[in-house]
Ligand binder design. Structure first.
Ligand code: CP
Ligand code: NVA
Length: 330
């Protein structure tokens, strides 16, 4: 085992080796199996974990809370309003206060610099539960799910369609580079990941054997894909006004049945969720009505199809987050 993460923060996949990422995924698979078999996992009794959320969450919050409960640790949720964080108290001061009371701190919010700053001052492990730039715990769940459905990660072709220059596109590119996969950003070139991050990932790919591709042509990009992945076109914290431009530029990159057919029979559909695939959400309905659309990043038929493994992926958030807490605190 080269995992060796005890006492360390989990801020972005760039900080870990491919081997460590692989071991975290294997540990999550073991913890998942144990849970299904009713094994008592309460090895972190007496530990306290702070869950700081400056943005909303269903999966990440619940995954941390359930993982902590399963491991016997206590979780304290601090929501987007009601605390002093960043408003009356600096990140460094907050980190030093929480670090005196808690054994670890999860943070979901805005800039990556905030979670890095928390980690610098907290004196305890800090976990990135999503920033604008990265969503590393999501990738662990995604890769465990790919392993379960498609086998070994090495050489697998993952095509990311849509806004590839935000947290999900960035993190999937880094994860694929580390694990020797074939990553394709299939989108309008304005939405390709940041050049500097691409360069960093190209260097990693030289060692891991990964292939990185940036392609505006859907037909070429999706051929023989193992996974087509997408995410919302407008992320939390972005202004409502950007919807019109995103719809115009990203509509050609919607994941629909034609795209899945072009990819081939074995191709799975993935999405970190929440997804706009029907009219059953207030924001979704508003956008559909305003722009007279029949779908956003993914159509309902693909979302509900046999190829869609989004709920396995959502469940795996919990098992993989448990692996992160376990390996950093035990
Ligand atoms: N995928 C994900 O992070 O979901 P939440 O926003 O519900 O946590
Ligand atoms: N890109 C999305 C991911 C949600 C899990 C967002 O930041 O809102």
């Amino acid at each position: 085992m080269s995992l060796n993460l005890k006492g360390k923060s989990f801020l972005k996949l760039l900080d870990l080796s491919g081997e460590q990422i692989g071991e975290l995924i294997d540990l999550a698979a073991k913890l998942k199996e144990e849970k299904k078999n009713g094994v008592n996992q309460k090895c972190l009794e007496g530990k306290n974990v702070a869950l700081v959320f400056e943005k909303d969450s269903t999966r990440t919050r619940c995954a941390f809370e359930v993982a902590c409960a399963d491991l016997g640790a206590n979780a304290v949720y601090i929501g987007p309003s009601g605390s002093q964080i960043g408003k009356k108290e600096s990140i460094a001061d907050t980190a030093r206060v929480l670090g005196r009371m808690f054994d670890a701190i999860e943070y979901r919010g805005f800039g990556q610099d905030i979670v890095e700053e928390l980690s610098k001052y907290a004196g305890v492990p800090v976990y990135n539960g999503l920033t604008n730039e990265f969503h590393p715990t999501q990738i662990l769940a995604d890769f465990l799910t790919i392993k379960e459905h498609c086998g070994d990660l090495k050489g697998k072709k993952l095509v990311y369609m849509g806004d590839a220059r935000y947290n999900m596109g960035n993190s999937l590119m880094v994860g694929c580079a580390k694990m020797g996969m074939h990553f394709v950003a299939c989108t309008n070139k304005e939405f390709f990941p940041d050049k500097e991050l691409i360069n960093t990932c190209e260097e990693i790919a030289k060692q891991s054997g990964a292939v990185l591709e940036f392609n505006e042509c859907v037909k070429d990009a999706v051929k023989d894909a193992d996974v087509i992945y997408t995410d919302v076109w407008v992320s939390m914290g972005e202004p409502y006004e950007v919807w019109a431009e995103r719809i115009e530029k990203l509509s050609p990159y919607q994941v629909n049945s034609e795209v899945m057919k072009m990819a081939g029979e074995k191709c799975k559909f993935m999405h970190c969720l929440p997804a706009f695939h029907d009219l059953k959400t207030t924001i979704g309905k508003d956008i559909f009505d305003k722009f007279n659309l029949n779908g956003l990043e993914v159509t309902d038929d693909v979302f509900e199809s046999e190829a869609s493994i989004v709920f396995d992926e959502a469940e795996n958030r919990m098992h993989t987050i448990k692996a992160v807490i376990f390996s950093t605190l035990k």
